[in-house]
Design a protein around this ligand. Sequence first.
Ligand SMILES: [Zn+2]
Length: 137
Amino acid sequence: MSRRIFFNPITGLFFRLTARRPKRKAPVNAEIERLRAQAKEELPPRLAQLAAIHGFKYNKVFIKNNLSNWGSCSSLKNINLNLRLVTLPQELQDYVMLHELCHLKYLNHGPQFHALLESVCPGHREKAKALRGIRLC
Ligand SMILES: [Zn+2]
């Protein structure tokens, strides 16, 4: 938690601001570096394969070390994948990649997005549920 002291010249009082919630910092250690190497080797080819099968076109793929999401997709059509994906069963890895690929067409979680995701990843809601039970750490 970061706390900084500020001075308000109008009231002549000091006040303290407390940052809302600190982002959990992703660790960097030998285990993470091992996972990163594995992720860089395994995830981009699988993403390319899934994209080819289902006719998605993305720009670049990046392997990320973060604790806030398993994957993300930018408006520039870049896909970010969490290096911890390689610790998941293949079915859940594919779910995350297909989820991000569907964001290339819909940058939201609306009904059209879910319909598209269901068409390329049947039973996707069960997979999303399973994933929610796995904590990123
Ligand atoms: Zn999403």
